[in-house]
Design a protein around this ligand. Structure first.
Ligand SMILES: Cc1cc2nc3c(=O)[nH]c(=O)nc-3n(C[C@H](O)[C@H](O)[C@H](O)COP(=O)(O)OP(=O)(O)OC[C@H]3O[C@@H](n4cnc5c(N)ncnc54)[C@H](O)[C@@H]3O)c2cc1C
Length: 604
């Protein structure tokens, strides 16, 4: 089909869809969707992030919400990637980006059309995505709508830009509307978005310097994803940057980002906890500054951007207390210099365990990596980059992000099964070598690979940057945790009677879930009200992430740089809507869409 013809097919579908939707005509709507179709809405029609699956649920949801949201003017967006034929999750489809308006705002959508199996009628929707781009009357101050700067321009007697910046960031006689806890990529992204929406926002971080969350990680670290996937909102990395960004370069960029985007950021500041006053609609929070003084504040919103990996998980390992050498959690490990010619046991075979083992080995230590459970191994290049091929296809970053968000869970799972299978074939010789050494391999639940391990449990995989090869070559020894009877003063005693002597034990045993941090900072009642944070449970969206939670005024953002870039936009819009009184906090009862039986929906 030629481009023009594809455009016509899409325009026809959009026209029919809009007419059926405004007439709330369920049977005409049903004729436009496949039986196994999905609709993901991000705020545009529902003020929620949710996915409905199956034609009946999709049509019922659309008619219920369209009555209030009133979507109109659905049209192919001439400023974005034109409709085109693509293959998604192994299925050929027409993919089109469209724009629309609702009562509250302007939105963007993505529809994927495939032919009807019986060849009758025009193509039908396989997936539909609708997302809010901006709230009418509260548009971002970017491009042509940028601030003029008249408050400080060429005023020879009044405060200049710097004076105003300092006053804004000092919060001497006011409190912010939003307090962001944590100034990593999650905190920076949401603060940047809120800044553009003119919501007074302060980031606090316990680190002494912006970027310390990366700077203080181990010496050899460079990012795992390629540079084009990792941009922060508004300020892309320079095109001169290397494919894989070194940690200190990213840390430095974070400092420039705070400066350039005029983010209010208090370093050396620990968030000690808070309590919410429902009547007042605000928090009382306590911040401890570097000099030990405390500041009480009353923001309307607290955004937790403390990382999916908050509190170190230190397992109870028999006899470890008797060990006379040094014990470190992976979060305390810096580099291997001090361990040259010494013996180290690294417990845990996720990214941190492997990276630390490799760092120690290259520093001249004798290293044994101890495996606790089966682990997914994927070569960092090219295999681990397969899911990001979209970002090399040509569409702009903005379009790639929209297309990524337009992928419902069932489709994402199916895509990742394919990527995992491909990666497994590409990495065959490495994986066979590891298996020969007794390494227990794993490919994720139902073969969905590393990304779903990340999204469901935040770990359990390693992007091989050389450590797996060292294991295959016998330069790093491998032991199974189940074979350790107990620790002694000199190291580990194996059930076989063999002893693994050690000077250092590194516990690369991961972190506790965010629920633990919430309990510590906000108390048991709030933790119970929220339930699990991150992971899908039996739903189709990450739990409590980027959306209103059952605790009014408490929000969560975390994840990869790409996730933070994409979802900070939607989180920012919700907070802005709350501030405008458009989105009542905590009042709405909502039953999230469930993931249908995998078999039923795994076929395109
Ligand atoms: C080797 C390696 C490579 C990686 N490569 C990539 C990649 O290419 N792309 C990618 O997207 N991700 C990558 N990651 C993952 C990435 O590290 C994490 O996703 C990222 O750090 C999460 O950012 P965050 O802002 O959510 O949390 P963090 O970076 O953990 O920041 C949380 C911040 O919260 C602060 N904080 C916590 N509690 C408090 C408190 N009570 N008071 C005040 N401050 C507090 C901390 O000081 C910290 O600065 C990589 C990770 C590793 C180890």
């Amino acid at each position: 089909m030629a481009a023009q013809e594809i455009g016509k097919v899409v325009a026809d579908w959009l026209g029919q869809f809009e007419r059926a939707l405004s007439a709330a005509d369920e049977s005409r709507l049903e004729a436009l969707f496949h039986t196994d179709s999905h609709w993901r809405d991000v705020l545009a029609l529902t003020w929620r992030i949710d996915t409905l699956s199956g034609r009946e649920a999709v049509v019922a949801g659309l008619t219920a919400h369209a009555a209030k949201a009133r979507p109109v003017d659905l049209a192919i967006d001439p400023n974005r990637t034109p409709p085109r034929r693509v293959t998604r999750a192994g299925t050929e489809t027409i993919e089109a980006i469209f724009s629309f308006e609702t009562a509250n705002g302007r939105g963007s959508g993505v529809v994927r059309l495939t032919s009807d199996a019986n060849g009758k009628g025009g193509p039908k929707a396989w997936t539909l995505f609708t997302a809010l781009e901006e709230i009418k009357g509260a548009e971002e101050q970017v491009g042509r709508s940028r601030r003029h700067g008249e408050s400080y321009s060429r005023d020879f007697r009044g405060p200049n830009w710097l004076d105003l910046r300092k006053a804004a960031a000092d919060y001497v006689d006011r409190d912010p509307a939003v307090l962001v806890v944590g100034g990593g990529q999650a905190g920076l992204s949401i603060a940047a978005r809120l800044g553009q929406l003119q919501v007074d926002t302060l980031i606090v971080d316990r680190g002494a310097r912006v970027g310390d969350n990366w700077r203080k990680r181990y010496h050899a670290l460079t990012l795992h994803n390629q540079v084009q996937v990792n941009h922060l909102p508004y300020m892309p990395f320079p095109p001169t940057w290397p494919t894989y960004i070194p940690k200190d370069k990213l840390a430095g960029w974070f400092e420039s980002y705070v400066e350039s985007l005029e983010l209010n950021y208090w370093t050396d500041t620990e968030f000690e906890g808070g309590a919410y006053d429902e009547g007042e609609g605000r928090w009382t929070v306590v911040l401890r500054r570097a000099d030990g003084t405390r500041r009480e504040m009353h923001p309307h919103h607290v955004v937790m951007a403390t990382g999916v990996s908050g509190i170190p998980n230190i397992p109870d390992i028999p006899g470890l207390r008797d060990f006379a050498g040094k014990v470190l959690h992976s979060s305390q490990y810096d580099d291997g210099e001090a361990w040259r010619a010494k013996k180290a046991l690294v417990i845990g075979t996720g990214n941190s365990g492997h990276d630390i083992a490799q760092d120690l080995q290259s520093s001249g230590a004798e290293v044994t990596l101890v495996q606790r459970s089966p682990t997914l191994i994927v070569n960092v290049e090219p295999s681990a980059q397969l899911p990001y091929a979209l970002y090399d296809e040509g569409p702009s970053l903005e379009d790639c992000d929209l297309i990524t968000a337009a992928t419902p869970l069932a489709l994402a799972r199916k895509s990742h099964v394919r990527f995992t299978e491909q990666a497994r074939n590409m990495d065959r010789s490495l994986l066979d070598g590891l298996a020969r050494k007794g390494f227990r391999l794993d490919f994720g639940e139902d073969g969905t690979g590393w990304q779903f391990k990340y999204l469901t449990r935040g770990g359990g995989y390693y992007f091989n940057v050389g450590c797996s090869d060292l294991i295959v070559d016998g330069k790093i020894r491998l032991a199974q945790f189940a074979d350790i009877e107990r620790f002694t003063a000199s190291g580990a005693k194996l059930r076989s009677g063999e002893a693994l002597s050690a000077d250092l034990v590194v516990l690369a045993t991961g972190y506790k879930g965010q629920e633990h941090l919430v309990r510590k900072l906000f108390g048991e009642a709030v933790a119970r009200r929220l339930g699990p944070i991150w992971g899908f449970g039996d739903g189709q969206e990450l739990r409590n992430m980027f959306v209103q939670t059952p605790q009014p005024g408490l929000w969560f953002i975390a994840g990869s740089l790409a996730q933070c870039r994409i979802y900070s936009k939607y989180l920012g819009l919700q907070i802005k809507a709350c501030e405008l009184g458009m989105l009542p906090q905590g009042k709405e009862k909502h039953a999230p869409g469930k993931l249908p039986a995998a078999r039923e929906f795994i076929s395109g």
